[in-house]
Design a protein around this ligand. Structure first.
Ligand code: SF4
Ligand code: SF4
Length: 477
């Protein structure tokens, strides 16, 4: 593994830290033996940061499963309705042509993530990433069934027996059940949730729905049960480009080598010349990616804080000051901390995120709830009637983009007097498009050119919403 991040100047191992000033501008590169090649038996850790992480992960999982059950105005509040090409979000319906708003939302979310990363490092990975949340959930189940990390290691090495087989089967069944539930939870954002769960429970789901549920269930099972940290190490692109966002003020999980080295075991209260690291290895045992943070900042670190809690526990046991491992920036370690708002990256990403949020707000507020498309009759340019009137035919494609049925009034105007034949008031059901044929007529004697511009206006009754589109009215002149 190659450690090549500039922040590591503050946290790399003691030998390097002692031989070179921490403020050096040179980027240190150090070869470290890989520790993440074998299976990791994560030791569960309790503590301040783990309580925060568990709370946030639990909230994320709860929201994931419960959001599809929330109804708003009689419909599922969040639904990607692929068959009807709609994305419903709390009463607002986005159509394919509105998807620029989704693009803005993704861009704003990316800037917000970068903004948080400049200040808190990979805090997203440790506290909010679904991969982390589901992995910790699977590890929790594993620990309940197979026991602590030591017991799991012993079980791995033990020959197959009835006891081992029953534990393994129980674990995989429990993982499978959670994975299947996750598959349903995911598909519930695309198929109305209540129908979906009922169909799954009564084995009445269609072939394709069942296939997608199983597909996501298998992905979850492999990801959280087997792949785990390998996804973060080898598949996640964010792990690779995060260092671009770091600067000397970024708080990352950091080992204070100047205080901890030289490390070494000792008895409690024993007088010693060693540094504060008692080499208990707890920080490595609890690490979900299997690294040793004492080797310096590494791209594998997901900033989960488990090693901070583990080390603080050891420090308290030995009566030492806590935070030998802590969330600290490079500047803080050399007592040069500057306010975070003086970081140009922090300000830059913050301003970019605010601009994107303003763009989203503007886009949503200027969005019309009616869509109109006017199509001329391609067969006949015009018709002359016995009463010297000229008629042109059109089809109005009117879409009600709201989630309620609406009445609409149709008007036509132009440089002459135009009349609409037939009904000018229509009712359109929620989310439906009406293809409405209309005939527009004008007095031949009042027309002075062969091509006249006319405007169709469709206005929602009892509302200020309206939409207009121009077209052409042809006559024989
Ligand atoms: S080094 Fe510490 S913060 Fe980083 S992933 Fe491992 S346990 Fe979590
Ligand atoms: S947990 Fe703390 S004391 Fe124990 S090995 Fe890690 S850094 Fe050293």
């Amino acid at each position: 593994m190659l450690n090549s991040n500039s922040n590591s100047s503050a946290v790399e191992n003691s030998n390097v830290a002692k031989s070179r000033p921490l403020t050096s501008q040179r980027i240190p590169i150090k070869q470290i033996d890989s520790q993440t090649s074998g299976k990791i038996h994560i030791r569960q850790q309790k503590g301040y940061f783990q309580r925060i992480r568990t709370g946030m992960n639990s909230l994320l999982v709860a929201l994931f499963f419960l959001l599809p059950f929330i109804s708003y105005q009689g419909r599922q509040a969040i639904l990607f309705n692929i068959s009807e090409q709609q994305f419903i979000f709390f009463g607002t319906t986005l159509w394919p042509q509105d998807f620029t708003i989704l693009a803005w939302i993704f861009i704003a979310a990316a800037f917000l993530l970068f903004f948080a990363t400049v200040f808190w490092g990979r805090v997203w990975c440790g506290y909010l990433c679904p991969q982390t949340a589901w992995t910790f959930m699977f590890v929790w189940i594993e620990e309940r069934i197979e026991g602590s990390s030591n017991k799991r290691l012993a079980l791995d090495k033990a020959p197959m027996s009835l006891k081992k087989a029953s534990k393994r089967i129980s674990k995989h069944l429990a993982w499978g059940a959670i994975a299947l539930l996750t598959g349903c939870g995911f598909i519930a954002y695309f198929i109305p949730a209540r129908e979906l769960y009922l169909d799954i429970l009564t084995f009445e789901a269609s072939f394709w729905i069942a296939t997608w549920v199983w597909f996501f269930a298998i992905c979850t099972y492999l990801n959280a049960g087997w792949m785990r940290e390998q996804m973060c190490l080898h598949c996640c692109p964010y792990a690779r480009f995060q260092s671009v966002m770091f600067d000397a003020n970024t708080k990352t999980v950091t080992y204070d080598a100047s205080r901890g080295e030289s490390r070494g075991p000792r008895k409690r209260k024993q007088e010693t010349d060693l540094g504060d690291c008692v080499d208990c290895n707890l920080c490595v045992d609890v690490c979900p990616t299997g690294i040793d943070i004492r080797n310096g900042l590494q791209y594998e670190c997901i900033n989960c804080g488990a090693c901070v809690d583990a080390c603080n526990q050891t420090m308290e046991k030995f009566g030492y000051k806590t935070n030998l491992i802590s969330y600290a920036s490079e500047n803080e370690l050399v007592d040069k901390a500057v306010p975070f708002y003086e970081s140009y990256k922090f300000l830059g990403y913050g301003i970019a995120a605010l601009i994107m949020l303003a763009v989203i707000g503007f886009d949503i507020s200027s969005r019309s709830a009616i869509e109109l498309n006017v199509i001329r009759d391609r067969q006949t340019l015009y018709r002359e009637t016995l009463t010297d009137a000229i008629e042109n035919s059109f089809t109005l494609k009117i879409r009600n983009k709201t989630q309620q049925a609406r009445h609409y009034q149709i008007y036509v105007s132009g440089n002459n007097s135009y009349q609409l034949a037939g009904k000018s008031r229509v009712l359109i059901e929620a989310g439906e498009q009406l293809d409405y044929p209309v005939t527009v007529s004008a007095d031949l004697n009042a027309l002075d050119k062969s091509r006249n511009e006319i405007t169709f206006v469709v206005a929602e009754q009892h509302s200020h919403s309206q939409v207009a589109q121009n077209s052409s009215f042809f006559s024989p002149i």
